[in-house]
Ligand binder design. Structure first.
Ligand code: TA6
Length: 304
């Protein structure tokens, strides 16, 4: 069976009224998950959540109009799965930025409707000769997406080799905004962060985060929820997490957006990344047969 044959995917993993597979952008296979509280689209390339729309709300995630949609390239927007490293690998700079699993086709392992009524899909990938040439370890990686009123994405790392390895990574979520200049991000006040636009200078967050220029911050030693307060749209997006002590906040602003071919020059105004990460010192040694789980849970609240 072709990993991406839509008819076979629907035959094996389709769920009436809840899970259907179809050709998405660039002809890439996507799964559409629907229940009466929300809907989402997940691309098999990178196990990449493209869209999530709770009932009565607008799309939660931002997706660039200039994004690539082709195997071997990263999708710009939604929730990229960054693994086995966040940003540049600490000991092997030859690895792709944010690792190599977001540009690979994943396979469908399971679909279904959970006891709570949430619709789920589980995708998997594992080491092969290509990955071992880049990163010499045996691994099994799973992403479980659960969709209802909220969406949760869990990245499960399992060491299937005979040596321990160290992983960092992120669920690198891009959120759609009315206007980034009018948004505040709450939950990280008092947290220390490394400021990537200031040579990783260590600083401490005072009050809510406002985005007024290129912003690229790694907040450390925090398990806190983060809340994006979009006053213009009257909505608050809550990002909760498990298995993570670092949260990354990023907006490329004008110059960096203009330098990225897969990012529209003015699209920086409509997005911000709030990433559930394992970054900086928040890395995990995973022994043979052991697992690490990283989860982000995203929900929309109406500002009272
Ligand atoms: O998470 C923030 C960041 O590390 C930024 O520095 C920027 O590089 C962003 O990720 C996007 O990276 P990408 O490889 O997807 O272009």
């Amino acid at each position: 069976m072709s990993l991406t044959d839509i008819d076979i995917l629907n035959e094996r993993f389709g769920v009436a009224d809840h899970v259907v597979f179809m050709d998405g952008p660039g002809g890439l296979p996507i799964a559409e998950l629907v229940n009466d509280e929300g809907e989402a689209r997940i691309c098999l390339l990178g196990a990449h959540v493209l869209q999530f729309k709770p009932g009565g709300e607008e799309q939660v995630f931002w997706l660039s109009s200039e994004s690539y949609f082709e195997e071997g390239k990263e999708i710009r927007g939604g929730i990229p799965v960054c693994w086995p490293c966040f940003a540049v690998h600490p000991t092997d700079e030859s690895l792709p930025l944010h690792g190599f699993v977001r540009s690979r086709m994943w396979e469908v392992l399971r679909t279904g409707v959970g006891g709570d009524g949430c619709v789920e899909i589980e995708l998997g990938t594992r080491d092969d000769e290509v990955t071992r040439a880049m990163w010499p370890h045996g691994f099994e990686l799973r992403v479980v997406v659960s969709v209802g009123k909220a969406i949760s994405v869990e990245l499960i790392t399992r060491n299937s080799g005979d040596e321990a390895f160290v992983v960092s990574g992120a669920l690198h979520s891009y959120f759609a905004l009315s206007d980034v200049r009018l948004v505040e991000i709450a939950g990280l006040e008092g947290c220390e962060y490394g400021d990537k636009v200031d040579s990783m200078a260590k600083k401490r967050q005072e009050g809510n985060i406002r985005i007024i220029d290129e912003t690229d911050r790694v907040y450390v030693d925090t398990a806190a929820d983060t809340v994006i307060e979009d006053s213009l749209s009257g909505r608050r997006v809550r990002i909760s997490k498990k298995g993570s002590r670092t949260t990354v906040v990023w907006n490329p602003w004008i110059d960096k957006a203009a330098r990225m071919a897969d990012f529209g020059d003015t699209e920086y105004l409509g997005m911000v990344c709030v990433e559930t990460a394992n970054a900086a010192d928040d890395v995990y040694e995973v022994g043979p047969g052991e697992e690490h789980r990283l989860e982000t849970i995203i929900s929309v609240e109406r500002a009272e």
